[in-house]
Write a protein that binds this ligand. Structure first.
Ligand SMILES: Cc1cc2nc3c(=O)[nH]c(=O)nc-3n(C[C@H](O)[C@H](O)[C@H](O)COP(=O)(O)OP(=O)(O)OC[C@H]3O[C@@H](n4cnc5c(N)ncnc54)[C@H](O)[C@@H]3O)c2cc1C
Length: 375
């Protein structure tokens, strides 16, 4: 895989596009696309070469998420979560855990998900309230994770739980087939991202051996802020940039194609031209900021964190702004769903509430820019 963005665009055209509408209308998880993501190597993008993967990093993660989101935000979001979870295993997992999970990804096309948020702590997902009772080498978990994207479809769920060390947390891997793990699938009624299956996951007396813990006892918070945060926050930046780019694509074509009886098109109207220019500017800035932040993160630049936070905040806002303007340009055809603009706007609304929400991130950005501790 040499040019991940271009390869991702080609993949999306061949294996995502035809399911996109059904994914939204029937709220169905994009299973066929995920089968192909495994077959064509995208699930192993970040898996190290020594385990049979491509060994790529933050830049390629952003490029793949962006490319997929320019066609289907749901598929891109589910894929993004997989990459983030994989990175935790890669950076902190034991040799045995890496071998087990990477082999399953590379050879069997299995994928991962993040079961972090809870009803109580909400957007502050790094403060888990589920219980973890330790007996020797085994820990028994009880509680509920509130919104788990790819729920029941992913084969491994990363779960944050309290550590035995006061005030610390652990990051665990729960395999799908574990006794006591159930999903409330019908509870996912998302405004957008409808194929995500982001439903509650109930954990009832799930007992795991310590080999399922990622990293040293109490290392969960370090993983959240050093691994999950950059890959997740940047990944969301890529997804909402992709939605904005997709909106420009739809609206610019529609403006040219929609003809009035006198032969003039929508694109001949000056106000429409201004709106299209505005959508183009915002989408282009969102994409450029995301790719620039990815490069800064990969280089380890001093301002990488600020760039990643800013890119994600900007992209989430740009997607909603572009969607709102695109609805206006699309007119009755957009309102009556003859154009997919309303779907993209519904998808875009997830951006501002996904943890850490844009309100929280705006505070974090100010802290990052003034050298203060986050959170
Ligand atoms: C499409 C989608 C997919 C998701 N997938 C997953 C997943 O795979 N895994 C997972 O773990 N979670 C997932 N989530 C959950 C998500 O990440 C959040 O945890 C969840 O949306 C928080 O909801 P809440 O109502 O509890 O938010 P609350 O915590 O009640 O916050 C509501 C709002 O209050 C404001 N707010 C709260 N605290 C602050 C603060 N300190 N400063 C400023 N403003 C603040 C913000 O505006 C925030 O949006 C998903 C959510 C969505 C929408």
């Amino acid at each position: 895989m040499n040019n991940v963005y271009q390869d991702g665009k080609g993949f999306a055209k061949s294996y995502i596009l035809s399911y996109t509408e059904m994914t939204d209308q029937e709220s169905s998880f994009p299973e066929e696309s995920f089968k192909e993501l495994g077959e064509k190597g995208f699930l192993k993008l970040l898996v190290p070469e020594e385990y049979g993967g491509y060994g790529k990093g933050l830049v390629e993660h952003a490029e793949a998420c962006l490319a997929f989101a320019e066609t289907c935000a749901t598929t891109a979001l589910c894929y993004m979560m997989h990459n983030v979870a994989l990175m935790c295993v890669l950076t902190h997992g034991s040799a045995e855990l890496k071998k087990r999970i990477f082999e399953d990804v590379v050879e069997n096309g299995k994928f991962l998900a993040l079961g972090y948020s809870e009803i109580g702590t909400g957007t502050h997902f790094y403060k888990p309230e589920i219980t973890a009772e330790v007996k020797g080498e085994y820990t028994t978990f009880n509680g509920t994770k509130s919104m788990v994207t790819s729920a029941s479809y992913a084969s491994y769920y990363l779960v944050l739980a309290p550590s035995v060390e006061e005030g610390k947390i652990n990051n665990w891997v729960i395999p799908l087939e574990e006794d006591g793990l159930t999903f409330a699938s019908s509870d996912w009624q998302g405004l957008g991202m409808r194929g995500n299956s982001s439903c509650p996951m109930h954990i009832n007396d799930v007992t795991l051996h310590s080999s399922n813990r990622i990293g040293e006892e109490g290392s969960g918070e370090e993983q959240v802020f050093n691994v999950v945060a950059p890959f997740f926050i940047l990944g969301l930046g890529a997804i909402y940039s992709g939605i904005a780019v997709h909106l420009f694509d739809i609206v610019s074509h529609h403006a040219v194609d929609r003809k009035y009886p006198d032969g003039r098109s929508l694109s001949n109207i000056e106000t429409v031209q201004v709106h299209i220019g505005q959508i183009y500017k915002q989408a282009s800035v969102a994409k450029a900021m995301t790719l620039d932040a990815a490069q800064a993160g990969a280089n380890g630049d001093a301002d990488a964190l600020a760039k990643i936070l800013a890119a994600r905040i900007n992209a989430s806002e740009a997607a909603i702004d572009c969607g709102t303007l695109a609805m206006r340009v699309g007119g009755g055809k957009a309102y009556n769903k003859a154009l997919p603009i309303e779907r993209l706007l519904r998808d875009a609304y997830a951006g501002q509430v996904m943890a850490p929400s844009t309100d929280v991130l705006n505070v974090w950005l100010g802290k990052a820019l003034t050298g203060q501790m986050i959170p």
